[in-house]
Design a protein. Structure first.
Length: 393
């Protein structure tokens, strides 16, 4: 099958724009304080400090496991990849921090925060002071608050400090760049294969990809776009493979996977915006006439025209929310099953929770493909509605 007319198009673009750590192997490590039994503290200051430490440890141990905070932490974006450990004993991969401040561009590595996410560690850079609170970077206050954090918070525990513009390479951005690089390498190689073997049977990786390309062409593009399908095939192929690959990458529990790219509403918003722009600028006169002069009695125009105009925007919004909600829900469900072990504080729950989590993970492999298919076919449907030609009989 000759696809050179598709892969030679200059309009091929990977719709990887801006926009989670999801890691099953991450466990909460607790450090056990070491006690020197050969020495007995004589001063009361040491005794009070020890008593205070034990009281704090007991209070922390008695606190119920916060399932919501744990899940939200793992599906949210972050400024580094966390492998294992907690606090000072945490091991991960730091990522570049890129800030635009009042004094210009400031860059440093996220390791400068020493794994602090509570606003207690101040980073001095370019004559300015920064802290990180809940994965957001703020200008540090001059003095710490009662909790030792260099931020001022309101009654809702929201920071009131000013924030610089953050252009950092976060987990989602890093994973997005990885996926774009892999897709470019793969499809440039496939395109070269079609050029060299024009009219011949596919070979190697080309033979693995071609059935999926045929699926997108025959089951998505042609039925919805008709004879004009070739013009939109580069976009449909790009968005399909981008979503599918990032869905699968988000299920990998170790680096470079684990980032929740397609579960980030900023990413799905940009993908939906691409479909919206293509639909809007490809619309013919029949499409716009149907919106502003729908085939209804004139006295219904005040009702139907606003409905049609609203429909222009609800279609991409539905695309955005559908992909975001389905991918995020799958991650939350799997993490919730794992959290049952910590909620009941009993390893006896593991034989029940872990198999169910594995089962949901296998279903998510299917969901990864289904969501890529749904987004692509709806995009093709919306574009097809805009370019459809009507003939008066």
């Amino acid at each position: 099958m000759d696809f050179s007319h598709i892969f030679n198009s200059r309009k091929i673009g990977i719709t990887a724009l801006v926009a989670v750590l999801f890691n099953f192997l991450t466990l909460l490590a607790q450090a056990n304080p070491e006690t020197d039994t050969t020495k007995i503290a004589a001063d009361t200051t040491h005794q009070e400090a020890t008593a205070g430490h034990e009281a704090a440890a007991t209070e922390k141990k008695d606190q119920p496991f916060d399932t919501g905070a744990f899940i939200l932490h793992h599906i949210a974006d972050a400024h580094d990849f966390h492998f294992w450990g907690e606090g000072e004993h945490s091991v991960g991969l730091p990522l570049p921090i890129i800030l635009w401040t009042d004094k210009g561009l400031v860059t440093f590595m996220s390791s400068a925060f020493h794994h602090d996410d509570e606003g207690k560690h101040v980073v001095d850079a370019n004559g300015q002071r920064f802290v990180k609170l809940h994965e957001k970077i703020y200008y540090a206050s001059a003095t710490p608050n009662e909790h030792g954090a260099y931020v001022e918070v309101n009654e809702k525990h929201e920071a009131k400090n000013a924030k610089p513009l953050d252009f950092s390479i976060t987990k989602n951005v890093f994973s997005l760049l990885v996926s774009v690089t892999i897709l470019l390498v793969v499809f440039i190689g496939v395109a070269r294969g079609y050029k060299k073997r024009a009219g011949q049977s596919p070979k190697g990786f080309q033979s693995l990809i071609e059935p999926v390309i045929l699926f997108v062409r025959d089951d998505i593009a042609k039925p919805n776009l008709g004879y004009k399908y070739e013009k939109f095939m580069p976009y449909l192929l790009s968005v399909f493979f981008f979503i599918w690959f990032n869905n699968l990458l988000g299920l990998v529990p170790f680096f470079p996977g684990g980032a929740n790219v397609t579960g980030n509403i900023a990413v799905t918003m940009v993908l939906a915006l691409c479909t919206f722009l293509i639909t809007t600028f490809s619309g013919n006169k029949y499409y716009w006439k149907h919106i502003f002069m729908p085939p209804v009695p004139w006295w219904m125009y005040p009702v139907m025209v606003p409905v049609e105009i609203v429909g222009i925007f609800t279609k991409p919004i539905a695309l955005m929310i559908r992909l975001f909600a389905n991918i995020t829900a799958g991650h939350i469900l799997m993490l919730s099953l794992i959290c049952l072990i910590f909620i009941f504080k009993n390893l006896a729950i593991a034989p029940i929770a872990v198999p169910f989590a594995v089962f949901i993970s296998l279903i998510e492999l299917l969901v990864a493909f289904i969501q890529a298919f749904i987004f692509t076919i709806l995009s093709a449907l919306f574009i097809g509605m805009a370019i459809e030609e009507h003939h008066d009989h």
